[in-house]
Design a binder for this molecule. Sequence first.
Ligand code: G3I
Length: 315
Amino acid sequence: DTPLRDLAAAKGKVIGTAVTGTRLTGTYGDLAGAQFGSLTPGNAMKWGTVEPARGTFDWTEADRVVAFAQAHGQQVRGHTLVWHSQNPSWLTTGSWTPAQLSGLLQNHISTEVGRYKGRIAAWDVVNEPFAEDGTYRSTLWSDALGPGYIANALTWAHAADPDAELYINDYNVEGVNAKSNALYDLVRSLKQQGVPIDGVGLQAHLVLGQVPPTLRQNIQRFADLGVDVAITELDVRMQLPADSAKLAGQAADFKSVVAACAAVTRCVGVTVWGFTDADSWVPDTFPGYGAATPYDENYRPKPAYQGIAQALGGD
Ligand code: G3I
């Protein structure tokens, strides 16, 4: 069978996966290298990972993912610079003035983006800035700095690597709804102000049978604003145990998401959030649910793998 990355490339798209850097050997490494044209470190580039103590950096796993990608001719999506979660404890528990927080954020972005300058295709600069109703989520950043932290973060990232594509990434923004409307309004406003925003990431952590019917329309409206779109964290969870009917439904869901991206020129590609059920966040977060990725726990391709291939013109 033609690898997914080659099928995608023939369509001008990129198929990627989130990876755990420490696992990139053996079968896991073989599949990650052979099947995918882009890697996203699932945790390795988050602030809490790279600067666990203030001024003490650990780039081990992030470097490993970037080196693996370079060795395999893959892009890297950097994930993520500004988030409310997985921050170091010194950052969240310390008492910082807004001016100090702004300085810490600028320094963090300059340091991390600068380290990988020229080696990251796209950065998820700001992750999950919105609440479900379309208001700004209350976070360390928005509470102290107001929503202007978003434009500043993008501007600082652009200064550190002018060639990287800069994204805002969120979940439950795949269809047209209050949250994606807010993201749309923000991107339009940033574009009008000349802030460097290149793309929006639609995470797509989906539930079996619940691909939003407005997915393609939503991708298209962002494209029409003049930004790229990426599906950044696709998985489709189901209640366990999996059976053949559920796996067939899941294949249809993967196929329809990838097809929606393939149908829009400015949708650059799809990243799955882990390619094997052995390496998925779902069972830990949603007890009783899982089997959310295209390969089973023993690295055998599931019907979902074929669904992706078919949407990319394979069989
Ligand atoms: O590293 C520790 C390890 O030392 C410890 O033994 C183990 C015990 O539980 O935990 C390990 O840390 C876990 C980490 O993943 C690495 O495996 C954390 O507990 C766990 O909370 C963390 O989960 C990550 C999650 O983000 C946190 O929100 C997932 O792996 C990661 O896939 C997930 O990814 C997020 C995206 O960044 C943003 N969008 C949503 C997506 C899913 O939550």
